[in-house]
Design a protein around this ligand. Structure first.
Ligand code: DGJ
Length: 720
């Protein structure tokens, strides 16, 4: 068998040189090279051996999968670990580990992550074995992780173990994300330059300012053009991602868990596995990245038996009533929800013991008899009687000092020394303690046994500043897994003060993310567009809020708010009992449109047709939509993000259609007609539809009426 391996999938190839006994080297990660023979692969490996430049180590420097000083590597190492007993014979060797390859095996497909390569390396003197898995699925997502096992007798502390992949020197620009509450996933763009660009998340959860996806690409890469390599860490705790570039020609991306002091101490025979690091290559810009990841996420859900079907319309009570819970108000809200076509009613924060505001109650997961003398039964019976499912908000990892739980078990509060600084008046429960874990799990199980709850909105409203984040993250994963095993149909939404826990680790055990606490449609356009780089729209919650956004005070017309929430798992977060009859009729029409198109929206391919790949970009008309698998039908939104810089905006172009097919373009008004400037509209718009070839729609486009800023219109394209 050749010891140069090629993996192929989804238009990408990975070639790994595992000849000799050194740590294997990635020779190529990018465009597919076709099926290479054994001799092609060997020739490729030999041809790519670099020169030895002056003033350098005397062997060709190749970036290995786990670069270490013992290989001559002077960049950030892939592994850092130490023996706690400094006198142990292996302690010195562990300071400068030297890994040798002992095994390389091809793995067959059969894992939802695809087939691939399993490598085993060891350093017998240091007493460690490293296992590396590289799996490539049929869409082109490459998943990588390392496992470090302590095979010596003394304890070993692992302080970092990261996945490192070479980047092409063609990748000269970076796109990643920052953010804050409620402005998650704000893009930032910059040139790759000499040194290390490093993003560290120490918030104890994925974070509002998470790097989320780090994309490195060719100059000016955009949605539909450029070669792009993108990386995401599938983990909901602390993490780091960095890009390192050196004039010597090495360029790489590293990613993994950011380990805290003392978090990973391995006894003899124990192992630490890194989170999976997911990477995607696209030769066709960021749309290629999102279509690949979205397809993979859907496949993984199907393999896990969690394909969810049409996503029900939600009504969430938060911005409608906040903490003001009472049966009368909420049954009236449920009636109004059922009347417009809502399918799932979610009771948010405020239902449990002592929870009249955000200063008390967390930890006491029993229904407050002062507000609900007959429990939640009358409300749930009302909701289900009206044909809706019932969902409930919980925040299982948290505790208020003003709670029965904190009074009884102050020692369960996660912290370093004593009680840490509060955040939203709350603290974290140390779920790595079996007693605390069992208490919370049992309380949730009791609720789920007593009530027909089909959905939990699982919130997480503070950073973990002190405490063992690694153990806490694993405990939360375990609790969600346990609940889903016990209650097979239970769906869970991942919320963390909005979108601070959006990652593929949490999505292995949840079914929706609350992308942000903002229902401001303008903010949402950006948040959803970038969340969609990784996630398909059916997993991203988006709600129709009231006319004035609670988080920003901005006012938007109904049509703009509706079109924004349509391209997601749609819901409502608005006190419908205070809306007019006319408004409720428009909401019912919008829900009918959502129900008509959700099959397409929740299975198709996301397409963006504008140049706004960075914050503050000049393109004021955003165009995004979803095309079905064979390109015969699509639903698109054209969104005026700001005032047009000139009198006329560019036309609406719809890429991705079959070039020589004829399409009918129909405009669909929801929430009333979009507001425009002036009263003369293009003839096709006045007519309501037009037929054109796919090539014409993709390259020439159609004129739109001048939408006022922060307004949108909706069009359907269908092959004739
Ligand atoms: C933060 C969430 O993101 C909101 O949607 C809401 O559930 C509140 N927490 C409740 O406290």
């Amino acid at each position: 068998m050749s010891l140069v391996f090629q993996l192929r999938g989804g238009g990408a190839s990975l070639v790994v040189d595992a000849r000799g006994d050194g740590v294997p080297v990635v020779l190529h990660w990018g465009a597919d090279l076709g099926e290479l023979t054994e001799s092609d692969l060997t020739q490729l490996a030999e041809a790519l051996v670099p020169a030895v430049p002056p003033s350098s180590i005397d062997i060709p420097q190749r970036l290995s999968l786990l670069p270490l000083p013992s290989q001559g590597w002077t960049g950030r190492p892939g592994l850092e670990a130490r023996r706690l007993e400094r006198e142990a014979a292996d302690a010195r060797a562990m300071r400068w580990p030297k890994l040798s390859l002992v095994d390389a095996q091809l793995l067959k497909h059969g894992n939802p992550r695809g087939g691939g390569l399993q490598l085993t390396m060891e350093d017998a003197a240091a007493g460690i074995v490293i296992g590396s898995e590289l799996l490539l699925d049929r869409h082109g997502v490459l998943s990588l992780r390392h496992t470090c096992t302590n095979v010596a007798g003394s304890p070993l502390e692992v302080t970092s173990l990261s996945v490192i992949m070479p980047l092409s020197t063609e990748a000269t620009e970076l796109l990643d994300f920052g953010g804050r509450w409620p402005r998650e996933r704000r893009p930032q763009r910059q040139a790759v330059s000499e040194g290390i660009w490093s993003r560290e998340n120490r918030t104890g959860r994925t974070g509002h300012d998470s790097a989320f996806v780090t994309a490195a690409g060719s100059a000016s890469f955009g949605f539909r053009e450029g070669r792009v390599w993108a990386t995401h860490v599938e983990w909901s705790g602390n993490q780091e991602v960095w890009v390192e570039s050196r004039l010597s020609g090495h360029r790489l991306i590293g990613a993994g868990e950011l380990l805290g002091s003392g978090e990973i101490v391995l006894g003899s025979g124990e192992s630490y596995a890194t989170p999976w690091v997911s990477t995607v290559f696209s030769a066709e810009g960021l749309d290629g990245i999102s279509s690949t990841w979205q397809a993979t996420v859907r496949d993984r859900r199907a393999a896990a038996g969690r394909s969810l079907g049409p996503r029900p319309v939600v009504l969430n009570t938060w911005e409608a009533v906040y903490f003001d819970h009472n049966l009368n108000t909420l049954t009236r809200l449920a009636d109004a929800a059922a009347e417009v076509g809502v399918e799932r009613f979610v009771l948010d924060d405020g239902w449990f013991l002592g929870r009249r505001n955000d200063r008390a109650g967390l930890g006491d997961w029993v229904v407050d008899p002062a507000v609900w003398p007959q429990g939640l039964h009358p409300l749930i019976e009302h909701v289900t009687g009206a044909g809706m499912e019932f969902g409930l908000w919980v925040e299982p990892e948290m505790v208020n000092l003003d709670s029965e739980l904190a009074r009884e078990h102050p020692e369960w509060i996660l912290g370093g020394q004593g009680i840490p600084i509060p955040w939203r008046f709350q603290h974290v429960l140390d779920l790595s303690r079996p007693d605390a874990y069992a208490h919370v799990r049992d309380a949730l199980v009791a609720l789920l046994n007593e009530y027909p709850i089909s959905y939990l909105k699982w919130d997480h409203n503070r950073d973990l500043i002190e405490g063992d984040v690694h153990a806490q993250t694993l405990a939360v994963y375990r609790m969600m897994d346990e609940l889903r095993d016990l209650f097979g149909q239970l769906e869970i939404e991942s919320c963390a003060s909005g979108g601070a826990r959006v990652d593929l680790g949490i999505l292995e055990r949840t079914d929706r993310v609350w992308a942000s606490d903002t229902n401001d449609a303008l903010e949402r356009q950006s948040i959803q567009r970038w969340t969609g780089l990784l996630l398909p729209p059916e997993l991203v919650g988006s709600h129709l809020g009231g006319p004035s956004a609670h988080t920003t005070g901005r006012s938007h017309r109904l049509s703009f708010r509706m079109i924004t929430a349509l391209f997601a798992h749609a819901g409502i977060e608005w006190d419908l009992t205070k809306t007019s009859k006319e408004e409720r009729a428009l909401i019912a029409e919008w829900i009918a449109v959502y129900k008509r198109f959700r099959g397409l929206l929740h299975s198709g391919v996301t397409v963006r047709a504008d140049d706004s790949t960075s914050a503050g970009a000049a393109d004021d008309l955003w165009v995004h939509g979803v095309l079905n698998g064979d390109g015969s039908e699509g639903l698109f939104a054209a969104v005026a993000m700001s005032a047009a810089p000139s009198a006329e905006r560019r036309p609406l172009r719809i890429p991705g259609l079959i070039s020589d097919a004829m399409y009918r373009v129909e405009r669909i008004a929801i929430g009333g007609e979009p507001m425009i400037v002036g009263d003369v509209v293009p003839p096709w718009w006045a007519h309501g539809q037009v037929s054109l070839r796919g090539s014409v729609l993709g390259m020439v486009g159609l004129p739109l009426p001048p939408l006022v800023p922060e307004e949108a219109c909706l069009v359907r394209v269908v092959k004739e």
